[in-house]
Design a protein around this ligand. Structure first.
Ligand code: SAM
Length: 445
């Protein structure tokens, strides 16, 4: 008999990837996805623990599910992912109606865990270590055109603000053959763009025997027919090598975009964060990137209000945003995470100061991004078309290699999956507008 699974995913792209695997694995156990919680036999929350607010959202969702469980007691409620790994038994203490808690290492066994809960109707907690397994199952609803592919798990950087080493364990890379098999299968089912995922993706391969690296993996993925574009995220400045920078230039399908979290522009703060680089070193890497790949677009993550951050420290971060000229800035207010060294540091910054700095950094980032967009007017860029635009079905919508959304008049044709040259006519705050350019006028995008 078919049962219904409702999956709620919080957090990063890796969680989105994990959720797809879970839905794929449970398909084999006769579970099909539903987007309605009140229709489901099994509800799974795939959680994030990176900031306190992410955890608050999960608890408030669990609060809402309590009523549902009261009226439909047969429904199984599970919490998986980073918060499960971090909080373990505390989740069922606070929400005793949660039947199942399991961390990322147990994902491969989700079918068995659900069956055990069903058979015993006893709460289950599974947060131990487990061997690294590559799961490739996915649900029918997954986007066939673009896919995430996890290439490594865990992180060993031990930034003092971050829970990831606790929630996802040490760095473990999947073998290149296993990754390439997965991507070949994706390409065969229509995928044109892959994003290789890892918490420190540019540390890929050093734990393998024989050791390899991300540059080599990019070469191998480049050779897979059908794939048009390769992205990878997230890179850590500490592990960024000249070899990888050259691979961005030389491997044709690798896009000219790099997300390189700086976190802060102040050496004092960077040291207390244990980031392993200085502002000068970071800017040196940016200079090398721009020199090697002049068209590169850059993104970053910034934490405002890290313990001890002064106005002067913060001004240095704003200066970095203005100097680097990012296309994309993600700013986060520092959030105290249990068990991390920074949570116990003196001079925690008041919430209102964090909020003001967040507003200021986003304003600076917005000014820079608007200038970066304006310079694209008149250029012809390759656009991978997703299909008709949601706002206006006569338009097609797609993305440039640098991940900018472009809408253009397609006369109602779907064009899904095509890569077409589009001349940019207008730079809007969140997207670009363009018109189809003649074939043969294609330029760097
Ligand atoms: N592993 C990547 C790195 O260190 O460069 C980033 C992964 S993390 C999931 C995404 C971003 O969340 C980080 O780059 C950081 O800016 C932010 N973040 C992590 N811990 C945080 C905390 N305790 N408070 C606020 N933001 C945090």
């Amino acid at each position: 008999m078919i049962s219904k699974l409702h999956l709620i995913t919080y957090g990063c792209q890796m969680n989105e990837y994990d959720s797809e695997r879970v839905a794929g694995l449970l398909k084999a156990q006769q579970y099909e996805l539903t987007d309605r919680a009140d229709d489901a036999d099994l509800i799974l929350l795939n959680t994030c623990a990176i900031r306190e607010r992410a955890e608050d959202k999960v608890y408030s969702q669990l609060g809402a599910l309590k009523h549902l469980k009261r009226s439909r007691p047969h429904v199984i409620i599970g919490v998986m992912g980073c918060m499960a790994q971090l909080q373990q038994g505390k989740i069922q203490e606070r929400a005793p109606y949660v039947d199942l808690v399991f961390g990322s290492p147990a994902i491969a066994r989700v079918g068995e865990l659900v069956a055990r809960v069903k058979a015993g109707r006893r709460p289950l907690l599974e947060t131990g270590e487990a061997p690294l397994v590559k799961i490739t199952a996915k649900p029918e609803s997954a986007d066939p055109l673009r896919a995430f592919v996890t290439v490594m798990e865990g992180c060993e950087k031990h930034c003092t603000f971050c829970v990831v080493p606790t929630t996802r364990g040490r760095e473990r890379s999947h073998a290149p053959e296993v990754i390439c098999d997965e991507i070949r299968a994706l390409a065969a089912s229509g995928c044109r763009e892959v994003t290789l995922l890892g918490q420190t993706v540019n540390a890929y391969g050093r734990d393998l025997t024989p050791a390899t690296d991300l540059a080599e993996l990019l070469e191998r993925v480049n050779a897979i027919d059908g794939i048009e574009r390769i992205r990878f995220t997230t890179s850590n400045p500490y592990n960024l090598t000249t070899r990888l920078i050259r691979a961005i230039r030389d491997v044709p399908k690798v896009v000219e975009y790099l997300h390189l979290p700086v976190q802060s522009g102040s050496d004092r703060v960077l040291e207390r964060m244990n980031r392993g680089y200085t502002q000068a070193r970071y800017l040196e890497l940016i200079a090398e990137l721009k020199e090697t790949v002049p068209e590169i677009a850059l993104g970053t993550d910034i934490i405002v209000g890290f313990p001890g951050e002064t106005d002067e420290d913060f001004a240095r971060t704003v200066a970095v945003v203005e100097q680097v000229r990012y296309d994309n800035v993600f700013a986060f207010r520092y959030s105290r995470r249990p068990g991390t060294p920074a949570a116990g540091m003196p001079d925690q910054v008041p919430d209102q100061v964090k909020a003001a700095r967040n507003t200021e950094i986003l304003a600076a980032a917005g000014r820079v991004a608007a200038e970066r967009s304006a310079r694209l007017r008149g250029r012809v860029m390759d656009v991978l078309v997703d299909g008709p635009s949601r706002r206006n079905p006569a338009d097609a919508s797609g993305r440039t290699r640098c991940n900018r959304v472009v809408n253009f008049d397609a006369g109602g044709a779907s064009l899904r999956g095509a890569v077409l040259p589009v001349r940019i006519t207008e730079a809007l705050p969140h997207s670009l507008r363009g018109e189809l350019a003649g074939v043969g006028q294609r330029g760097v995008s």
